[in-house]
Design a binder for this molecule. Structure first.
Ligand SMILES: [Zn+2]
Length: 64
C-alpha cells in the first residue's frame, strides 16, 4: 500500500528514469528550439511521473 507521498505524480524526489527523461528532453530542446523560455510537462515513459521541464535560456542548456 503506497503512502500518499508516494502516489504517482506528487512525490518530489526524482528517480533515475525521470532524470534520464529530463536530460533527453533538454537535449531535444537544445537541438530544436530557437526561442526561450521553454516550459513543458513531460510524462516519464518508465514511471509515468509528470516532469515539469523549464528552460529559461539557451545558456542554461549549454552549461549542463
Ligand atoms: Zn520516471
Amino acid at each position: 500500500m503506497a503512502k500518499a507521498s508516494e502516489r504517482k505524480g506528487i512525490r518530489t524526489e526524482e528517480y533515475d528514469c525521470c532524470r534520464r527523461t529530463r536530460e533527453q528532453v533538454r537535449e531535444t530542446i537544445r537541438l530544436n528550439y530557437r526561442s526561450f523560455p521553454v516550459i513543458q510537462n513531460i510524462v516519464c515513459r518508465t514511471c509515468s511521473m509528470v516532469l515539469n521541464i523549464r528552460v529559461y535560456t539557451r545558456e542554461e542548456l549549454e552549461q549542463a
